[in-house]
Design a binder for this molecule. Structure first.
Ligand code: PLP
Length: 390
């Protein structure tokens, strides 16, 4: 089982020993009977394997964790009720007051919000290393470096191997949020990153119908994140949701191929339009990090495309977005359905104008999450909208 496509189907999955069911059953139960006092004691002492209470571990969730650990090439994984629960569990599980997190931005808004609002209240300082670089931003207190494999909405990359080796030399561990790329395109642990994290809500689920998060990495770190995130914060994923992610991940490689092909077609189309000033897509030769993208991303450049209109105004963005029929105006991403949003008035509306400008979030910027519809139909939809907007 070497190919990702094969592992996406089979990893973590075993026919149910009781019934032979191929699809992993939804173990909709809170507690697990352990039979005798002696066996219960052994399970609680960690001397015998066995489930006890679904907040700590559940068979359906465990199958999902095993599948994701396999796809990311990790020893272990732990699932959460959302990407945000996964992120806060990493922060609370691995850091102590006085520690610093250095991050390379621009980060997903919720991540920076979490660092600032929750982290700083508990004495964990967040340092934005984007401008002055990572080497200059690490201090003796830095314990964690946080990067994303593709940034939002600018679709920039960080050189993961360089980040990992710099951090390792300073004894700092690294986390990569791989939500935008998925293990189909980038596997951060292969580049030396310690922990990989996902909002499964996006591509892993893929159908816009379940919220979840996951962290994968070395068994010791995952055990610490699990203990805090499930034992103390209680951010566990429900077995129903785990089932949806198990089902979604089986088709992830097929969907990612379609997302990448569609996004590439859309990006090339937009790049030739008179009303479009710039197109941001790592697969375009015009992308400032195209060479890095070519080296670091495998099998495609992702399903996200951002573009700037010549007329850099909110009304111009509205004139393009409002007539769209196949693209639904919504945040989130990674669904089989195409989505479009205006970051300045939605995802980035709580960010200061200065930071928005710094991250290229202009009034004329539109972000597309290209779904798996036929690219020709998506292009017709965009063509109509652009013509409508004049
Ligand atoms: C959506 C998202 C998150 C947060 O995940 P939720 O499942 O919404 O809590 C974190 N990081 C990135 C890159 C995201 O896109």
């Amino acid at each position: 089982m070497t190919h990702l496509r094969t592992r996406a189907v089979h990893a973590g999955q075993h026919p149910d020993p009781a019934t032979g069911a191929i699809a992993t059953p939804i173990s909709q139960t809170t507690a697990f009977g352990y039979g005798t006092l002696e066996r219960g004691a052994a399970i609680f002492a960690g001397e015998k394997p066995g489930y006890r209470y679904s907040r700590f571990a559940n068979p359906t969730v465990a199958a999902l964790e095993a599948k994701m650990a396999d796809l990311e090439g990790a020893q272990a994984a732990v699932a959460f009720a959302s990407g945000t629960a996964a992120m806060s569990s990493v922060l609370l599980g691995l850091l102590n007051p006085g520690d610093e997190v250095a991050f390379l931005g621009p980060l997903y808004g919720g991540t920076e919000g979490l660092f600032r609002a929750l982290g700083e209240r508990f004495g964990i300082k967040a340092v934005d290393a984007t401008q002055q670089g990572l080497a200059a931003s690490l201090t003796p207190a830095t314990r964690l470096v946080w990067v994303e494999t593709l940034t939002n909405p600018s679709l920039r990359l960080h050189d993961l191997a360089a980040v990992a080796s710099l951090a390792k030399a300073r004894g700092v561990f690294t986390v990569a949020d791989n939500t935008f790329c998925t293990p189909c395109l980038v596997r951060p642990l292969e580049h030396g990153i310690d922990l990989v994290l996902h909002s499964m809500t996006k591509y892993l689920g893929g159908h816009g119908d379940a919220t979840g998060g996951i962290v994968a990495g070395p068994a010791g770190l995952i055990a610490a994140v699990r203990k805090t995130g499930l034992g103390h914060v209680g951010g566990n994923l429900s077995p129903q949701e785990a089932f949806l992610f198990l089902r979604g991940i089986k088709t992830l490689p097929l969907r990612m191929d379609a997302h990448c092909a569609g996004a590439a077609a859309v990006a090339h189309f937009l790049a030739g339009q008179a009303g479009v000033r710039a197109v941001h897509y790592p697969g375009l030769a015009s992308h400032p990090q195209h060479a890095l993208a070519k080296r670091q991303m495998q099998g495609g450049y992702g399903g996200m495309v951002a573009f700037e209109l010549v007329r850099n105004e909110r009304s111009a963005a509205a004139a393009v977005l409002n007539p769209l029929r196949l693209f639904t105006q919504a945040v989130s991403l990674g669904d089989v359905d195409s989505l479009a949003c205006h970051p300045a008035s939605t995802t980035h509306s709580f960010v200061s104008a200065e930071v928005r400008a710094q991250n290229g979030v202009t009034e004329g910027l539109i972000r597309l999450s290209v779904g798996i519809e036929h690219p020709a139909d998506l292009i017709v939809d965009l063509e109509n909208a652009l013509r409508h907007a004049g």
